[in-house]
Design a protein around this ligand. Structure first.
Ligand code: AMP
Ligand code: MG
Length: 463
C-alpha cells in the first residue's frame, strides 16, 4: 500500500550523523542483513521520511535500502545489532540484545534530533539464540496500526517507517502458520534502552557507563553533562517516562511487554508486539496472553514503568550515589498525576481550571466511564469541547461528571461542533484488517484505516 505523501513543511535536510565517535563499536556488534526471496513494498511513511530527507526516494531505492539493507550513503557502513540486557516480567535476562533487528542508520530530523532507523525481522544476529531473526507480516501490520493510532492520540512513539514483504513462510505458535514475513524499519528517537545501561552495569564497566550517560545527555537531551551526569540523566528521563505512562492511560493503550529492554532512554514508546487498546476503562485489562499475573495490565503500567526507572537507577549506581537517584525517582508519582490531568483535558478539548478541580474532573470522568461501562473513545469524543452537556446520563457518577464539565472552558486546539466518527483500534478490527490481507491479499481496509486515523489525528490536534 502507498499513502500519498503530504507536502512537508520542512526543507529536507538529512544531516547524517553516525553514532558518537568511539561509541558505536561498544554499543553493538556488526550484523549481516538476511537475503530475502522477495521484496514487495507494502508501506512507506512519506510524511516522516520527509522529516529526515528521505521522502522523495524513488521506490526502487527505497527497496534497496529498506528491503535489501544496502547502506545509506555516508551513513553506518555496517548495521549494528545493539547490545542490551533487561528485566523481562521482572526477571533479569542477560541473554538478550537485538536478536532480529539492528541499527541501520542515524540522521537528524527537522527538529535537529538524532534519529535512528532500526529494523525488525532482518535476520539472525549474534543475539538471536534459537530465534530465526524474522518478523511476521502480521506483526509488521500490527506495529503500523499501533504507531499510527498512538501518534494520533499524542503518544510519543516510534514511527513505522517502512514495511517490505519478504516472501518467506514463517512458523509461529501464536499465528496460524505458515504465515507471511516482513522486514520492518522504524524511525525512532534513539534505540538506547534502559537495558543498555543494565548491561554495562552487569559488566561493571564504569568508563563505558560514563560514556553512554554523557552520550545520552548530549545527543538525546541536548544537555551538557554536569559533574553528576548519571543523576542529571535520570532527572531528565523520569518526567518523560511519567508522561509516557499517562499518555498510555489517556489513549486506553496497553503495551503488553513493558520490560526494561523495551524502554527507550528518550522516553519514546516503541516495540509493539501483543499490544491492545482497552475498549473500556478497565484497570485489569491485559494485552499479552502470556501475562498471566496481569503485571502489565492497563492500570498497572505506571507502576511498571516506575519500577523500570528503579532498575535504570540501580544500573546508574555504578557511577553515582544513591541519594540523587532516589530523589529523581520520587518525583515520578506527582509528574504522572500532572500528566494525566493535562492529557485528559487535551482529549476533552478543555482548558485547565485549577489543580484541585482538574483532579476532580479526571476522577469524575474515570468514575463515569466505569459506572456507564462506556467505551473510552466514545466517551471522549461525545464530550469533546463540552459537546453533549445535556447527555441523558444514567448514573449519578455521569451526572456529577457533566456538572463539573460545565465549569470548564473550551481550549483553542479543540474542535467544537466538528462532525467526526469515533476512531478506535479494538482487537476485532485489527484482526479483520489482517484477515483481509491474509485471505484475499486485500490491503484496502488497512489503507482506509490509516486515512481514517490521520483524519482523526487532525481533528484531535485542532487542524
Ligand atoms: P521482544 O519481545 O520483541 O522485545 O524481544 C525480546 C528479545 O527476544 C529480543 O532480544 C529480541 O531480539 C529477541 N527475539 C524475539 N523474537 C525473535 C526472533 N524471531 N529471532 C531472534 N530473536 C528474537
Ligand atoms: Mg523488544
Amino acid at each position: 500500500m502507498h499513502i500519498e505523501p503530504v507536502s512537508s513543511p520542512y526543507k529536507a535536510d538529512p544531516k547524517i550523523t553516525t553514532p558518537a565517535a568511539g561509541l558505536s563499536e561498544k554499543i553493538g556488534d556488526p550484523a549481516v542483513p538476511a537475503e530475502f526471496p522477495k521484496g514487495i513494498l507494502r508501506w512507506r511513511n512519506d510524511r516522516w521520511a520527509d522529516t529526515v530527507g528521505l521522502g522523495t526516494l524513488p521506490d526502487e531505492k527505497w527497496l534497496a535500502h529498506f528491503g535489501r539493507f544496502e547502506a545509506l550513503p555516508d551513513n553506518l557502513p555496517t548495521p549494528l545489532a545493539l547490545r542490551y540486557h533487561g528485566h523481562q516480567f521482572r526477571n533479569y535476562n542477560p541473554d538478550i540484545g537485538d536478536g532480529r533487528g539492528f541499527l541501520f542508520a542515524q540522521m537528524r530530523d527537522h527538529l535537529g534530533r538524532l534519529m535512528d532507523l532500526g529494523t525488525k525481522g532482518t535476520g539472525q544476529t549474534p543475539f538471536s539464540r534459537d530465534g530465526d531473526g524474522k518478523l511476521t507480516l502480521k506483526g509488521a501490520v500490527r506495529e503500523l496500526l499501533a504507531t499510527e493510532m498512538l501518534e494520533a492520540l499524542d503518544v510519543h512513539t516510534s514511527k513505522t517507517f517502512s514495511i517490505v514483504e519478504t516472501g518467506e513462510e514463517l512458523w509461529r505458535g501464536d499465528e496460524p502458520s505458515p504465515t507471511r514475513s516482513a522486514a520492518l524499519v522504524r524511525l525512532s528517537h534513539s534505540h538506547i534502552r534502559f537495558g543498555s545501561f543494565q548491561r554495562i552495569a552487569f559488566e561493571q564497566n564504569e568508563e563505558m557507563m560514563h560514556a553512554l550517560v554523557c552520550y545520552s545527555l548530549r545527543e538525546l537531551y541536548a544537555a551538557e553533562p554536569s559533574d553528576n551526569p548519571a543523576a542529571q540523566l535520570l532527572e531528565l528521563v523520569v518526567p518523560r517516562i511519567a508522561d509516557l505512562a499517562a499518555s498510555y492511560m489517556v489513549a486506553g493503550f496497553v503495551h503488553g511487554v513493558l520490560n526494561t529492554d523495551n524502554m527507550n532512554i528518550t522516553g519514546e514508546s516503541f516495540d509493539y508486539g501483543p499490544w491492545r487498546f482497552t475498549p473500556k476503562w478497565d484497570p485489569g485489562f491485559t494485552a499479552a496472553y502470556f501475562d498471566h499475573q496481569g503485571l502489565y495490565a492497563f492500570g498497572r503500567q505506571a507502576e511498571a514503568m516506575h519500577w523500570n526507572l528503579g532498575q535504570l537507577a540501580v544500573a546508574l549506581r555504578l557511577i553515582c550515589e544513591a541519594e540523587p537517584l532516589i530523589a529523581a525517582l520520587e518525583k515520578f508519582p506527582a509528574l504522572f498525576q500532572a500528566a494525566i490531568v493535562r492529557r485528559f483535558l487535551w482529549r476533552l478539548g478543555l482548558n485547565s481550571n485549577d489543580e484541585a478541580s482538574d483532579r476532580q474532573l479526571v476522577e469524575a470522568a474515570e468514575r463515569a466511564m466505569m459506572a456507564e461501562n462506556i467505551e473510552i473513545d466514545i466517551f471522549f469524543l461525545r464530550h469533546h469541547a463540552k459537546s453533549s452537556l445535556d447527555w441523558q446520563a444514567g448514573s449519578e457518577e455521569y451526572k456529577k461528571f457533566l456538572k463539573q464539565l460545565d465549569q470548564y472552558q473550551i481550549s483553542d486546539t479543540a474542535n467544537p461542533g466538528t462532525d467526526i466518527a469515533v476512531c478506535s483500534m479494538h482487537i476485532e478490527e485489527v484482526e479483520s484488517i489482517w484477515d483481509a490481507i491474509a485471505k484475499d491479499d486485500d490491503w484496502v481496509p488497512l489503507d482506509t484505516k490509516i486515512i481514517e486515523i490521520r483524519k482523526y489525528s487532525n481533528f484531535l490536534h485542532g487542524k
